[in-house]
Design a protein around this ligand. Structure first.
Ligand code: GTB
Length: 221
């Protein structure tokens, strides 16, 4: 009998988000938890991420990566899609519903995450600039344009397109990067949608696992 392969993912040893579940290993952990696939985690420091051993897995020297037997993947969206394609539970068996969910996965990463990441980079790196206030207002406007459009489409629906899917998993993790900005709260149905994602048992297991890593490795104080 062949032994089932336990995938190994990589994650920050000490995540800059201090265990808030905002780094991109969170979405991979959540996908693995949703499908009931056990996994191992290899923790990396920032310098280890830039070493050639890791760059062989990830050309840009980042986390997360995913290794399963002789398959090595990088890019969180590709990893989540791989997990969803190999296991039941994250993509419909209906070909059209599956294709629509994949379109939403791309929308989460290309259309919604892009302005959100630009905003969070500005809050991290540009706070001390004289023009920061004006730039933040412009970035907030761009993010809110997407949130408003998402809110219109979501309406009273529980999930983006029928049953919970890998698309919701990615969209919720993308929206969570706005945590603390107060922007998602302007759209009560989007806020409730994020809360529904966070309430899933698999989400909670993934969140607790990444928090435990931070707690174990953070230096006191
Ligand atoms: N497109 C890639 C993917 O989706 O996998 C992006 C991967 C990526 O940006 N990885 C980040 C990384 O490795 C960690 S998640 N950064 C180190 C480097 O580039 O040297 C991004 C992230 C970092 C920190 C927070 N935070 O503190 O809240 C949130 C998200």
């Amino acid at each position: 009998m062949t032994k089932p392969l336990i995938p190994t993912i990589t994650a920050f040893r000490t995540s800059p988000d201090r265990g808030r579940g905002l780094a991109r290993d969170m979405r991979v952990r959540w996908a693995l938890e949703e499908v009931g696939q056990p996994y191992d985690v290899r923790l990396l420091s920032f310098s280890e991420m830039k070493e050639s051993a890791h760059r062989r897995l990830h050309p840009f020297g980042q986390i997360p990566t995913y290794e399963e037997g002789d398959l090595a993947l990088f890019e969180s969206g590709a990893i989540v899609l791989h997990i969803a394609e190999r296991h039941a539970g994250l993509l419909s068996d209906d070909a059209n519903a599956r294709a629509r969910a994949i379109a939403w996965m791309f929308a989460a990463l290309n259309t919604v995450e892009t302005p959100i990441v630009e905003r969070s980079m500005a809050t991290l790196l540009e706070r001390d600039k004289s023009w920061y206030g004006d730039r933040l207002a412009m970035l907030d406007q761009r993010v809110c344009a997407r949130l408003s459009e998402l809110s219109d489409r979501l309406g009273d629906n529980e999930w983006l397109d029928g049953a919970f899917s890998a698309a919701d998993l990615l969209m919720v993790t993308v929206l969570r990067r706005l945590d603390g900005s107060g922007l998602v709260e302007r759209y009560p149905n989007v806020s409730a949608y994020v809360a529904r994602g966070e309430a899933r048992p698999a989400y909670k297991r993934a969140f607790d696992a990444q928090l435990a890593v931070f707690t174990a490795n953070a230096s006191p104080g």
